[in-house]
Design a protein around this ligand. Structure first.
Ligand code: MRU
Length: 366
């Protein structure tokens, strides 16, 4: 997608064929900074400290992290070390484990001196596949927006509420929740996006607002608690979010606060869609509330807030009294019964075991 008119992906191989380039998202929207990952430690820091974030991009970065590690130590122990270090960086997004397992299956049984080359090639494939998948799910999701527009008599923009950042910055390109929006916008369907700021890290206010702005998509940032009010007053036509892990029965884990939006949408008869690539489905579990590990992050993300000072510096300021306890649950689970549909690269599935099995028969339990 475009940054000041230039097309970028969120991760790519440097011209030396070894270092991995990423956009350091901790500086956005105030500064666009490309940084290099040179080794396994850099890749782990990039994921843990959220220079990159969003489930699909976490997966792609982990794949490149293995490639970087295979340059340093391509032995079996080297691979196992890289696998476990990368896996522990963030616990909720299943794309991380999926990408590591993909890397394991392509490297297993190979002579160590072949592993680095093969790992770079597979990481590049994973990144390219993500772009294709997100573009395809965008095409399917566009139809939902088009139908909403037709229902409005094609007279007014479709108002869509989204939470966190599930745009191209959260994937390699296109995004998940925002892909249908970019496709609709590109097809001339008028859209307006309500962007939840998404405390505590404010991925909505900083990242979603930035990328929608770069693409000329009309949007308004709202505080996280405003969604219910807007829904009651007919100002939301549909909700689309992303997900970090969806169970085989269609329960959806996503950024904290998603569940409350789904409840409000249900109460107001507003369709609540979730957009996801196949690798975000965890086929091994079915009860999202009981089985998905919820990341607990540093309480400083709640007690302090970061922004641009009047001198133009990015600074953190303290919000709470000294010594205040804060609990930073990063994700929650929206049960399948609150989800209208799952927008995937293979079409739109009912959020249920049967719905997903129909689209992904190779994973269906017999
Ligand atoms: O903590 P983050 O910023 O990695 O959380 C991201 C989200 O919750 C996204 O909605 C999710 O990863 C879906 S991504 C396309």
């Amino acid at each position: 997608m475009n940054v000041n008119g230039t097309a970028y992906r969120t991760i790519w191989l440097g011209t030396d064929g070894e270092t991995v380039k990423i956009i350091d998202q901790t500086h956005l929207p105030h500064k666009f900074l490309v940084v290099s990952l040179r080794d396994l430690t850099d890749a782990c820091s990039a994921i843990r400290d959220m220079w990159v974030r969003g489930a699909p991009l976490i997966g792609a970065t982990a794949a490149y992290g293995v490639a970087l590690a295979m340059r340093e130590n391509p032995s079996d122990q080297g691979f196992q070390y890289a696998y476990s270090k990368l896996l522990e960086t963030r616990p909720t997004a299943i794309n991380l484990r999926w990408a590591l397992d993909e890397m394991e299956s392509c490297l297993r049984g190979l002579e160590p001196n072949k592993r680095s080359e093969v790992a770079y090639a597979r990481a590049a494939e994973i990144a390219n596949e993500d772009v294709k998948i997100c573009s395809a799910l965008g095409d399917h999701g566009k139809k939902v927006i088009e139908n909403a527009w037709k229902e409005k008599g094609k007279r007014e923009p479709v108002n869509i509420l989204t939470h966190c950042n599930a745009g191209w910055l959260a994937t390699v390109d296109w995004g998940t929740a925002l892909a249908p929006i970019y496709k609709a916008h590109g097809a001339g369907i008028p859209v307006h996006i309500w962007v939840d700021e998404t405390r505590p890290r404010n991925q909505g206010a900083s990242l979603t607002a930035w990328e929608l702005g770069q693409h000329g998509v009309s949007h308004t940032v709202i505080v996280d608690n405003a969604g219910g009010h807007l829904m009651q007053h007919g100002k939301v036509d549909l909700c689309i979010t992303g997900t970090d892990r969806t169970t085989a029965s269609g329960d959806v884990c996503n950024k904290i606060g998603t569940y409350l939006k789904a409840l409000a949408a249900k109460d107001n008869d507003i369709p609540f869609y979730v957009a996801l690539p196949g690798p975000t489905i965890d086929w091994s579990i079915s009860d999202g509330v009981k089985e998905i590990p919820i990341e607990l992050r540093d309480s400083k993300e709640i007690t302090d807030i970061t922004g641009l000072s009047s001198e133009g510096n990015i600074i953190a300021v303290q919000l709470t009294p000294d010594g205040t306890n804060a609990a930073n649950y990063a994700f929650d689970v929206t049960p399948a019964n609150l989800v209208t549909g799952l927008i995937t690269e293979r079409g739109i599935a009912k959020a249920s075991a049967g719905g997903l099995a129909e689209l992904y028969p190779e994973h269906a339990k017999s």
